[in-house]
Design a protein around this ligand. Structure first.
Ligand SMILES: Nc1ncnc2c1ncn2[C@@H]1O[C@H](COP(=O)(O)OP(=O)(O)OP(=O)(O)O)[C@@H](O)[C@H]1O
Ligand SMILES: [Mg+2]
Length: 504
């Protein structure tokens, strides 16, 4: 085990170097834990081994007590919770690295963003915040100003914005009944802006975002748990239903990253990361992202490193990842690319340019010839310097290279303390209920006012004196009078219950 691929500090085995199609004995490739917050890329054509590489790296991290989050978009990652089975091919990979294959099952938590089985991950609209909300909705500066004003208005008036229902209600309210009063305190609001925002929120809702916004909101610290035997938890986020809802997926991703960024303290140089996120089928995150959203993602990725969080993108073509993000990725594992068309060949040229120049390999050519579970690897050594590009025969995961059965998943969920904590229904009073009640109160007062008006006319005319002798009637009259006063003051924006609540 000589060579330049061995590191000081904690590291784990990734595979063995190859040249001329053969394994080079004693040239093992290790990943230093210290640089795992420097982000990474796993790329390659379909079926070349990207997801298994993800699984292998996640196992290495968990073994080193680093919790991980896996975005399981294709639903093929659950097998990490079960031990793998030995076969000749798998054993051969370990033998070539001078290692022994020992099957292992990993501590797994199954999470879900929707109705799929798993711990429910949610965030409230308030926690999401006005800036992120505006980015997700793709709003311009004026519209963003309106969103900020809405958050401020709700905050000033102690109206919780928990779910999209609350957000939609307040948008409707400020364009109609509440417009005048709100403009008096917060300035002019353009109805065109509120209309556009409302339309975009409904669009987001149609992608199923309702299920994501609400209570109880997920505490990101719960992603950083260590299992009883000291290994990092493997949190599998089952998002198979996100494939046709890219907007929702990027919404979620960004909110998760922002939340992690806001929650975690600034760390100096760490021996190992605090958490590593793997995003399989990562092109989905960028597919429908607006420029503003991309910029936000880029910024968060740049900053989150110093909080000890690493992010790995897994996708077919490196060009699926925006160049500004690609340039920030420290570890690159490039599986084979296919050269069927002219466009493919162009992609290969571009992909080859992403890697350090190599005097050992003809990168362009090798990219099309790599076998399954082989890759060109470029990583950072513990000093943060890129090592020479190496053709690697990767190890196999030690856990199962297939999915769990329904029964196995149910067993995991039945033992989960997180399910007990998060899979509950909470419907706190929030903006929706408060505004509905307010509108209802106003309508009732108007109705009562009308009734009193109608009722008082004939009575006065008939038997004025005798009526006032009767205490019960006196009482009723006082009530009626106070209702009239309150309604009038209310209509003028003064007095009554409304004023005490200082909502108008
Ligand atoms: N390191 C490995 N050791 C042993 N077998 C492997 C390894 N990598 C890949 N394979 C084999 O190749 C198959 C495909 O691998 P994988 O699912 O990782 O491909 P992928 O690149 O993620 O494909 P897709 O783009 O379709 O998701 C696996 O089911 C497994 O049989
Ligand atoms: Mg895959």
């Amino acid at each position: 085990m000589s060579s330049g691929y061995k590191f000081e500090g904690e590291h784990f085995l990734l595979g063995t170097a190859m040249q001329g199609g053969e394994v080079v004995k004693g040239s093992n490739i290790y990943l230093p834990l210290k640089t795992m917050n420097r982000h990474g890329l796993i790329a390659g054509a379909t079926g070349t081994g990207k997801t298994k590489t993800l699984q292998l790296i996640a196992e290495g991290l968990s073994d080193a007590s680093v919790p991980v989050v896996l975005m399981d978009i294709k639903g093929d990652l659950s097998g990490i919770a079960a031990a793998g089975t030995a076969n000749d091919k798998v054993i051969d990979r370990y033998t070539k690295a001078g290692a022994t294959y020992t099957p292992a099952a990993y501590p797994v938590e199954l999470l879900s963003l929707s109705d799929e089985k798993g711990v429910r991950l949610r965030s409230t609209v308030i926690e999401f915040g006005p800036v992120l909300m505006s980015r997700i909705l793709g709003l311009n500066d004026t519209q963003e100003g309106v969103v900020s004003m809405i958050f401020k208005y709700c905050d000033d008036n102690k109206m919780a914005l928990l779910d999209l229902k609350d957000f939609i209600k307040i948008l409707q309210f400020i364009s109609n009944e509440g417009k005048k009063e709100i403009e008096a305190s917060y300035g002019k609001i353009s109805t065109t802006s509120t209309g556009t925002i409302l339309r975009k929120v409904i669009e987001l809702q149609q992608q199923g975002a309702d299920i994501f916004f609400g209570e109880p909101s997920f505490d990101v610290e719960d992603l950083m748990r260590i299992s009883d035997d000291g290994r990092g938890m493997v949190n599998i986020l089952r998002v198979t239903d996100m494939q046709n809802r890219p907007k929702l997926f990027s919404t979620f991703m960004l909110s998760l990253l922002a939340e992690l960024y806001a929650t975690l303290p600034e760390e100096g140089d760490m021996d190992k990361p605090k958490l590593v996120l793997f995003i399989d089928e990562a092109h989905l995150v960028f597919q429908e992202a607006t420029d503003a959203l991309l910029q936000q993602i880029e910024t968060v990725i740049k900053l989150i490193r110093s909080k000890g969080v690493g992010i790995f993108f897994i996708t077919q073509n490196p060009q699926d990842i925006p160049a500004s993000i690609l340039s920030q990725l420290g570890l690159k594992v490039q599986h084979a690319l296919r050269a069927f068309t002219a466009a493919d060949r162009k992609t290969i040229k571009l992909a080859a340019e992403n890697y350090p120049e190599s005097s050992f390999y003809d990168v362009d050519e090798l990219l099309t010839q790599l076998g399954i579970g082989e890759a060109l690897v470029s990583l950072l050594n513990e000093k943060g310097i890129p090592t020479p590009l190496v053709h690697a025969l990767l190890l196999s995961p030690r856990s199962r290279m297939d999915v769990l059965t329904q029964g196995e998943m149910d067993t995991i969920l039945s033992h989960s303390t997180m399910v007990k904590k998060y899979n509950i229904t909470v419907d706190s009073e929030s903006a929706y209920e408060i505004l509905n009640r307010k509108l209802q109160d106003a309508a009732e007062q108007d109705k009562k006012l009308e009734e009193v008006k109608q009722a008082s006319k004939p009575k006065k005319a008939v038997k004025e004196e005798s009526i006032f002798d009767n205490t019960a009637v006196k009482q009723a009259s006082r009530t009626a009078a106070s209702i009239i006063t309150r309604s009038l003051l209310g209509a003028l924006g003064l007095g009554g219950r409304r004023k005490r609540n200082s909502i108008f």
